[in-house]
Write a protein that binds this ligand. Structure first.
Ligand SMILES: Cc1cc2nc3c(=O)[nH]c(=O)nc-3n(C[C@H](O)[C@H](O)[C@H](O)COP(=O)(O)O)c2cc1C
Length: 236
């Protein structure tokens, strides 16, 4: 595979509208590159207005047919977080017992999950609803429609993570609700059509988080320039 590199917004050739655009690109790039998953928080609250602002940012994500399938439940209070952590912990314990894991490992996992949820200033449950999405007669197209709802919800979550980071808050995306959607729905009394996809834990960061390595661009991307396209078509 070609070993090429790409310089992010480094030269004037890449700018579209002069210095002002360069500043905006630099700011956005700083947010994208500087964000980290933050898993430990210090004591401290996140104001309600900030949470609303994060959800507003989520709603600016693109979505199929602009149907906006994302939904959010906000848990600012300890009781709600504790109830969620308890229910999810029971589910996790039952699943891992069935897997035959050691009680010690299971209890450590349950305690870790509980601490993560209860240690956050705010927990957001990100869910999707298929209510306004198109429906088809066949499973193939329904599946595509569902994936679109998942993708849009994920884009909305990313907006939350970026804005939280830019505002100086820490955030982490937790996948656990995918494994116990009905449990999360029941614990919080969420509407039947909400399909929990993720938890976003938010709080005052306790440390800057660790930079995790990324694959190189040439490991994830094929640049189909004219030469590559002709080589591919000759091979087929
Ligand atoms: C769909 C998804 C699920 C994730 N689930 C978890 C999780 O359950 N627990 C966790 O600590 N981090 C979770 N993460 C965060 C990833 O571990 C993290 O994004 C990755 O290691 C890269 O680190 P960074 O976000 O600091 O760049 C998840 C991220 C995504 C996108």
């Amino acid at each position: 595979m070609t070993n090429w590199t790409f310089k992010v917004a480094a030269s004037n050739e890449l700018s579209v509208a002069g210095a002002e655009a360069d500043d905006r690109i630099a700011e956005l790039s700083k947010a994208i590159h500087g964000r980290r998953s933050i898993r430990r928080f210090r004591d401290g609250k996140i104001p309600r207005e900030v949470v609303l602002e994060l959800i507003e940012a989520a709603a600016r994500a693109p979505s199929p047919h602009n149907r906006q399938p994302w939904r959010f439940a906000v848990l600012p209070r300890n009781e709600g977080k504790a109830r969620l952590a308890r229910s999810m912990g029971e589910r996790l314990r039952a699943d891992r017992m069935r897997d035959g894991d050691s009680v010690e490992d299971i209890e450590a996992d349950v305690a870790r999950s509980r601490a993560r949820i209860e240690g956050a200033a705010i927990v957001l449950v990100a869910a999707l609803t298929m209510r306004d999405m198109d429906r088809y007669e066949d499973a193939r197209r329904n599946e595509a429609e569902r994936i679109m709802a998942v993708q849009a919800t994920a884009a909305a979550v990313q907006n939350i993570l970026l804005l939280a980071h830019t505002r100086g808050f820490g955030a982490c995306w937790m996948c656990a609700p995918l494994f116990c959607a009905a449990t999360v729905r029941a614990a919080l009394g969420l509407p039947e059509d909400w399909e929990p996809q993720a938890l976003i834990t938010l709080g005052i960061p306790d440390g800057a988080g660790r930079e995790r390595p990324r694959l190189r661009i040439d490991e994830t991307t094929i640049w189909l320039d004219d030469a590559n396209v002709s080589a591919a078509s000759r091979g087929s």
